[in-house]
Design a binder for this molecule. Sequence first.
Ligand SMILES: Nc1ncnc2c1ncn2[C@@H]1O[C@H](COP(=O)(O)OP(=O)(O)OP(=O)(O)O)[C@@H](O)[C@H]1O
Length: 266
Amino acid sequence: MKLEIKDVSFSYGKDRILFKNVSFTLDKGRIFSVLGANGAGKSTLLKCIANLLRPCRGEICLDGVSLHRMEQREVARKIGYVPQTHTAAYGYLVRDFVVMGRAPYLRAFEKPSGEDYRMAEEVLEEMEIIHLADRPYTELSGGEAQKVMIARTIVQQPDIILMDEPTNHLDYGNQMRMMKMIMKLAGKGFGILMTSHMPDHVLLLEGEVGILNDEGEFITGKAADIMTEDNLSRLYRAKLDLVFMEELNRKICICKDVCDDYREIV
Ligand SMILES: Nc1ncnc2c1ncn2[C@@H]1O[C@H](COP(=O)(O)OP(=O)(O)OP(=O)(O)O)[C@@H](O)[C@H]1O
């Protein structure tokens, strides 16, 4: 399974192109992270790839076939999408909510089978949230709901999982467990495309990175090559530092002096 984003541009109106000429590929088992300031268009890009929005230029292909030539049900078997926030209209029990991930495999009005429920429970167990199985989805905390959404997407068994800020709402321990889970999912062969506001998480994951800047341009490369102090400081308009930590054998991203004003350093 190969996802190809070919020269994609998007605009919500006629006046402003949000991003232009975005190109990259994602294979099974790989991690691709998208970084960008607030409002740069990261979520919009993910929605285009989930086939929920249509780019004004370019093409998005799965194994050489344009998403627009595929039925949404077929896309849903290959691409799972975890939005940044999700509001359920009805208080489904978590186990029923998670089993809805099987929908792309069911016929109209067909109910999920015992095997579908078994699969949902297995994923809930693996994610250590089985204790939530009989709670209404609408009563969960933001972090719990985020994990349940991810469980539903795994149950969908796509090749590619799109995650819009997967550590959103999570406490620090759960953020680290989420990083571990993303690596584990990639290890199992899922292609992971995620957005993040946390450069250090992206350094930790070590995959490919795309940086969406204020001008709507997209630069890509390996995390170690593209995540330079200069690129990150420019992106976030703050003086950021990459410090090598021997214990970790990698660079970490910190802001040594929060009082440093970016305007004074460029
Ligand atoms: N449906 C819409 N119609 C018009 N403009 C929109 C729509 N959705 C988003 N926008 C605008 O498009 C821009 C990009 O939004 P988007 O949510 O993709 O950014 P983002 O990079 O994910 O931001 P954040 O990091 O704050 O989540 C923003 O200026 C936003 O206000």
